[in-house]
Design a protein around this ligand. Structure first.
Ligand code: NAD
Length: 269
């Protein structure tokens, strides 16, 4: 039975229930989306102030990129500027705290902002790539994004080894997910008896298949999101609220249950 809380006031019963599920699991994982990073100043895609209201999604399709890479690179440069200086927020620290307690085994993320790693999460599976890298579409060589953006002054960034076209190392519409990350996420899903989904509308496939796998195998699903998700009907607990409020509260309650240090749930940097 799903439980709901409204707005920013996060209901204590739902927090307790979510914490019990996570603390009682033998292998819990988390799946995060853009909503965990809005409190760091990075807009989500589909929320009320979402990026799709500012940038045309068609620009970030692989077909458009191959047709006009320079235009896409220029737009990417402004998107990257929104991400570059962002700092982790309480959502990221709570998730790294849950990992430090041994409760959450890994974070699978749809985000490209690297904020889980900055908050201290160690096992992070990036399904949609990483905004801080560029990759050669011909030979696969990887470059730092700043270097690639510097090349923009002279035209489309090119690989210094083979001359191939560089592309931001993030998954564009129409592109497959990186195979290694997808396989790792699927392996984790098949091992897990609980999943915490945070800040995702679960509108994007195949990421939204991961909680379905956990549920089909008899595991529990906890969702923390502002707004409806595609899997609300399947959730054991749905917390309708801000992740930066709910996740630290869940983390502290888990710490009480498993006898861990609550300070792990907040910034250690
Ligand atoms: P989404 O935009 O589809 O969903 C985000 C959800 O989070 C929405 O339902 C929104 O209402 C909710 N939300 C926003 N702020 C919240 C908060 N503080 N607390 C709780 N919920 C909040 O994003 P998605 O599900 O991650 O999928 C879209 C794609 O967007 C992904 O592929 C991802 O790669 C990409 N993306 C990434 C970033 C990033 O790296 N930070 C930012 C924008 C988009």
């Amino acid at each position: 039975m799903a439980q709901y809380t409204r707005g920013y006031r996060v209901d204590g019963d739902a927090i307790r229930k979510a914490a019990e599920i996570l603390a009682g699991a033998s292998h819990a994982i988390a799946l995060t989306g853009a909503g965990v990073s809005t409190a760091s100043g990075i807009p989500d895609f589909r929320g009320p102030r979402g990026l799709w209201r500012l940038v045309d999604p068609e620009l970030f399709s692989i077909d458009y990129f191959h047709a006009d890479p320079l235009t896409v690179w220029r737009h990417y440069a402004s998107l990257y500027r929104a991400i570059r200086g962002a700092r982790p927020n309480p959502s990221h620290y709570a998730l790294s705290g849950l990992e430090a307690m041994g409760v959450v085994k890994a974070v699978i993320t749809q985000n490209i902002d690297g904020l889980h790693q900055k908050a201290g999460s160690r096992r992070v599976v990036e399904l949609h790539g990483n905004a801080f890298r560029a990759r050669c579409t011909s030979c696969g060589a990887v470059y730092g994004i700043e270097w690639a953006l510097e090349q923009l002054a002279g035209g489309t960034p090119r690989c210094s080894r083979c001359g191939g076209l560089l592309k931001p190392d993030v998954v564009f519409f129409g592109e497959p997910l990186p195979m290694a990350a997808l396989n790792e996420a699927l392996r984790l899903a098949f091992q897990s008896d609980a999943i915490l989904v945070a800040g995702s509308s679960l509108a994007v496939s195949p990421a939204n298949r991961i909680p379905v796998i956990v549920k089909r195998r008899g595991g529990k699903l906890v969702i923390v999101n502002m707004g409806a998700t595609m899997l609300d009907g399947e959730a054991d607990v749905k917390i309708e609220g801000a992740t930066e409020k709910a996740l630290p509260a869940i983390c502290k309650r888990v710490a009480e249950i498993v006898g861990s240090d609550k300070t792990l749930c907040t910034s250690r940097i």
